[in-house]
Design a protein around this ligand. Structure first.
Ligand code: HEC
Length: 137
């Protein structure tokens, strides 16, 4: 059956593309010290609101107004972000992953980066099922 064969080829191509999109490989690069950092602005309504504004100004054009993702830019409401620690998310925002199209936001004041983390955390309550996201690949 010819169509069956091409169906599999298409499926393989699509799944390869999905995998290349955002595979979370950055998590393995986060140094242990950064992974364990805690957010000084966590769980605070003001910092979540400030983080939401910063997100709209800096991040929404790629990740969508409600962090739902856009095209090849990943959604930021995901199992991966529920597993990630605040420190891991903060590390990625600071350093970016330019090779994969995620800019560095090291130019933003540290306080603003933590406020963004607080906002993202409000969308992604931490999952306690997995201790270290970096080991979850
Ligand atoms: C120019 C487009 C662009 C902008 C602007 C951008 N990002 Fe990203 N972001 C990406 C891409 C592309 C990836 C996927 C990187 C990868 O595969 O590792 C990504 C990945 C991420 C991830 C990891 C998601 C995952 O599932 O692995 C987080 C968290 C994130 N971005 C947060 C932010 C925040 C916060 C901002 C604003 C301060 C921002 N991004 C701005 C393009 C962008």
């Amino acid at each position: 059956m010819k169509s069956g064969k091409w169906g599999w080829v298409a499926l393989l191509a699509v799944s390869t593309m999905c995998f290349a999109k955002a595979d979370g490989a950055w998590m393995k690069k986060v140094p242990q010290g950064d992974r364990a950092r805690t957010n000084p602005y966590a769980a605070n309504a003001d910092s979540i609101a400030a983080g939401r504004n910063l997100f709209l100004n800096n991040c929404a054009k790629c990740h969508g107004e409600n962090a739902e993702g856009k095209g090849t830019r990943p959604s930021l409401t995901s199992a991966r972000l529920r597993i990630a620690t605040d420190g891991e998310i903060a590390w990625l925002i600071k350093n970016g992953n330019l090779y994969k199209g995620m800019p560095s936001w090291g130019g933003l004041p540290e306080q603003e980066r933590w406020q963004i983390v607080a906002y993202l955390r409000s969308l992604n309550p931490r999952s306690t099922e997995v201790e270290h996201a970096g080991e979850q690949q």
